[in-house]
Ligand binder design. Structure first.
Ligand code: ANZ
Length: 805
């Protein structure tokens, strides 16, 4: 019989659906395993082969864990609020709900055609009022806890999209060609900074890729420093700066404040006022990136005022420059041009003094010397000296001296900023807050607060959301008076901050999640997704999770125990797949041509899961041939009957090969090393075929090993070999340890760490006899002659090393 993937795949997908094969078990007696994908945004362009990579990986794990006796939760849903559906609505007038529904249908079909073993009864959709009721509920808890507040903030305003962007989104939008400017707007802000320390500390415990943890650490950006007061001459006031380098105080030769600093204009003396004012208004027009970017040309203006350096007693000129940000530290700095490159450039441009205070290998007037490796010099006064001290000691000595004098205070600063949480959009969760005429705010009493229908989706020029035009929805009154609803909606990140919880209990209308279920299922054991979410989504979700922990809604402090980033699949041209490049390989197309099992196997065989790798259509043909060989283990002839499987004994070598394969596939699958597991199965299939093997255990074991990878063909063959019931309910095969090792191993013999010979020996040969044989290997003997053997080091089955003198 021929292998007709298309009929077979459809047949089994229908059976799985009908029988609810992948329904999550209700029993809490089994150990649980929660394996989660980063759920997709259902875009209009559909899924491409890149999307399927991570989903295939998580599906293999889900199926593997089921066959290892776990109760597995493997759900799927839709992160469906967001800009593209709204942009499409602006262009076509189609309600984003309609677009979203259509896209979801097409996404779901593709995922089902891949044979993914999702429990579809747990599907969630962030735009469903039954879902976002709870997103709004969380917002109200944040509000009550003082973690959601309104503030006039300088926002990142995107001119073309007419909306505010999060700091985290700015770079990407600028790269896409949008214009982003700073502009003050009244916004909802979430106080993620209150959780900075916990977000940082708890990273250590997570089984996440080190680079992702590091990116989060950098984003949080904890720094230890000192705030130092410089007494302003003629003002009777202090100017407070933040520095991480109090050890360089003796080298501070001028001070700089941000243009937004409350003292900036006040510091201007009459002579300088005009220029200062002009500078301050020019700075407003620049974006943060333009100000802090690596642009060489520093700008600035002298205020005319001076402040006293507490270490030297010298008056230092106070400047204004836009490279100092108001949002960090105190918005003012002490400049140490000898040892900070920005300060150095500024000093060169405006001819300010440069004083070496860290021993430098070159003249600091010629080039800056940064870093903390060297020691302080020129750093003494009548009360203190830090000359010659190492950084830490110099820092502490100086900090303590400043504190004792009452002009300094140790502080910790974070780069992390509070999260600007409102968007001037239609297609998002309405923020459930009412504004009363007297200026008070109250929370909506009945959730969900749903979106009204609107005629036009375009945000207004003033930056208000289209909701502001729907008067029926907008205005109302209750016992507290007349109110106007909040017209901002939540950003796209909101729904994905907690969706992993809703999958556990999607139908619950009473609570966000049932506490018993939460205790059983959390944490997520394995979370698979793209590295592009290293900071944004993963940081926001961790923040909300910690808030929910504080509210006793969840019992764990972190949501995702283990994270795995799949490497991107590039187009055949080695470039990132994108519509504009025209190199996108749509999932539906390859599915039709090669079938789900081949696509699944092929994507996993492309290379290590975490690596970036190009698609290569030729490679998939090889996988199809492999599936053909598997098929012929049971159906050896194209037109003929099934093979008779027997209990014939297998040759020793083949038996060992079988058990080695089971062991390797078990271990590699567990470790998400799918490419090497597949390679091992290919070897076994070749060997079985070469030996014309009809042994039932061998053939059935091979089918069981392949089942998580290629679920359709293996179901079909499982049935063909006389079984009823789904192969998905079968346990993964076990190996016999004694048979799963090599029968003969190669031992390397070294003398003083250099390879001098090898020999073969049965696996498990005891140490003494390994040493004995090694000593007598001819090529080794001459290196031992006349030498005293001080020590033998043995790695069983691998190596003997003689340390000689
Ligand atoms: C003196 C000094 C000497 C500094 C030196 C650095 C090197 P991190 O480590 O990132 O926290 N700084 C402080 N506030 C600033 C602001 N609002 N805008 C721009 N720069 C600011 O950076 C802390 C350092 O960045 C501080 O330490 C300060 O410069 C600068 F050899 O003070 B330093």
């Amino acid at each position: 019989m021929r292998y007709e993937f298309s009929a077979i795949e459809k047949k089994w997908q229908a059976i799985w659906q009908e029988n609810g094969t992948f329904r999550t078990g209700e029993s809490t007696e089994k150990p649980k395993y929660y394996v989660l994908d980063m759920f997709p945004y259902p875009s209009g362009s559909g899924l491409h082969v890149g999307h399927l990579e991570g989903y295939t990986a998580s599906d293999i794990i889900a199926r593997f864990k089921r066959s290892r006796g776990f109760n597995v939760l493997h759900p799927m849903g839709w992160d469906a609020f967001g800009l593209p559906a709204e942009q499409y609505a602006i262009k076509t007038g189609t309600h984003p709900k309609i677009t979203t529904e259509n896209n979801i249908r097409s996404f779901r079909e593709t995922l089902q055609a891949m044979g993914f073993s999702y429990d579809w009864s747990k599907e969630v959709n962030t735009t469903d009022p039954a879902y976002f009721k709870w997103t709004q509920w969380i917002f109200l808890r944040l509000y009550e806890m003082g973690l959601a507040y309104m503030s006039d903030v300088d926002v990142n305003w995107c001119e073309e999209l007419k909306t505010v962007l999060a700091n985290e989104e700015v770079d990407e939008k600028i790269a896409d060609g949008y214009t982003v400017v700073r502009k003050p707007l009244r916004q909802w802000v979430l106080k993620i900074t209150a959780y900075a320390e916990r977000l940082l500390a708890d990273l250590d415990e997570l089984e996440w890729p080190e680079n992702v943890k590091q990116m989060q650490r950098n984003w949080i950006g904890r720094s230890e420093g000192v705030e130092i007061d410089f007494e302003l001459r003629c003002h009777g006031k202090n100017l407070r700066v933040y520095t991480t380098r109090p050890d360089t105080l003796f080298g501070a030769t001028y001070l700089v404040v941000s243009p937004e600093h409350p003292l900036a204009e006040k510091l201007a003396t009459a002579d300088n006022l005009k220029e200062v004012k002009a500078y301050i208004s020019r700075a407003k027009l620049k974006t943060e990136l333009e100000r802090t970017g690596l642009q060489k040309d520093k700008t600035g203006v002298f205020t005319g005022s001076y402040a006293i350096n507490p270490a030297t007693g010298n008056p230092l000129p106070v400047w204004i420059s836009d490279f100092v940000l108001i949002s960090y530290g105190t918005g003012a700095i002490m400049s140490v041009p000898a040892h900070d490159s920005r300060d150095w450039e500024f000093a060169k441009k405006f001819n300010l003094p440069i004083i070496e205070v860290i021993k430098s290998p070159h003249d600091v007037n010629e080039a800056v010397f940064e870093g903390k490796e060297s020691v302080p010099v020129n750093s003494s006064n009548s009360e203190i000296t830090i000359d010659g001290l190492a950084f830490r000691e110099a820092f502490d000595t100086m900090a303590s001296w400043l504190e004792k004098k009452g002009v300094g205070k140790r502080t910790i600063n974070y780069k992390l900023r509070d999260w600007i949480f409102s968007r001037q959009r239609y297609w998002g969760e309405p923020i459930p807050i009412k504004h009363y005429e007297d200026g008070t705010l109250r929370t909506e009493t009945s959730l969900p607060l749903t979106l009204p229908d609107v005629e036009a989706y375009q945000p207004s020029e003033t930056g208000e959301s289209p909701l502001a035009t729907i008067h029926d929805w907008l205005y109302g009154s209750d016992e507290f008076g007349s109110f106007r609803r909040e017209t901002n909606t939540m950003p796209q990140w909101a729904g994905s901050c907690w969706y992993y919880l809703r999958f556990i209990d999607p139908e619950n209308s009473e609570r966000l999640i049932d506490p018993e279920r939460e205790k059983y299922w959390m944490n997520v054991d394995l979370y698979i997704g793209g590295a592009e979410h290293a900071v944004l989504h993963l940081l926001y979700a961790r923040f909300w999770h910690k808030v929910l922990f504080d509210l006793n809604v969840v019992s764990t402090v972190e949501p995702f125990r283990k994270l795995f980033n799949q490497g991107m699949i590039l187009g055949e041209d080695n470039e990132k797949m994108s519509k504009s490049r025209g190199n996108v390989i749509p999932a539906d197309h390859v599915l039709k041509t090669y079938g789900a099992d081949a696509v699944r196997l092929y994507e996993m065989f492309l290379g290590p899961l975490e690596q970036v790798k190009p698609w290569n259509t030729n490679g998939i043909e090889g996988i199809s041939r492999f599936l053909g060989k598997v098929w012929r283990l049971v159906y050896p002839e194209q037109e003929g009957n099934k093979a008779e499987l027997t209990d014939e004994t297998m040759p020793e070598e083949l038996l060992r090969r079988l058990h080695k394969t089971i062991r390797k596939v078990t271990e590699d699958t567990e470790a998400l090393k799918f490419n090497t597991a597949i390679a091992e199965m290919m070897v076994l299939v070749n060997e079985l075929q070469r030996n014309g093997c009809r042994n039932r255990t061998a053939v059935e074991s091979m089918i069981l090993l392949l089942a998580p990878y290629a679920p359709h063909i293996t179901e079909e063959l499982w049935q063909a070999t006389g079984h009823t019931g789904s192969i998905s309910n079968e346990p993964f095969p076990d190996y016999i340890a004694g048979l799963a090792t090599d029968s003969v191993v190669q031992i390397a013999v070294q003398v003083n760490g250099k390879l001098r010979g090898t020999f073969s020996t049965p696996a498990g040969t005891p140490q003494n006899s390994l040493i004995e044989t090694a000593r007598n290997v001819e090529s080794v003997m001459k290196f031992l002659e006349g030498k005293a053997i001080m020590r033998e080091i043995v790695v069983p089955d691998k190596l003997v090393n003689f340390a000689v003198k």
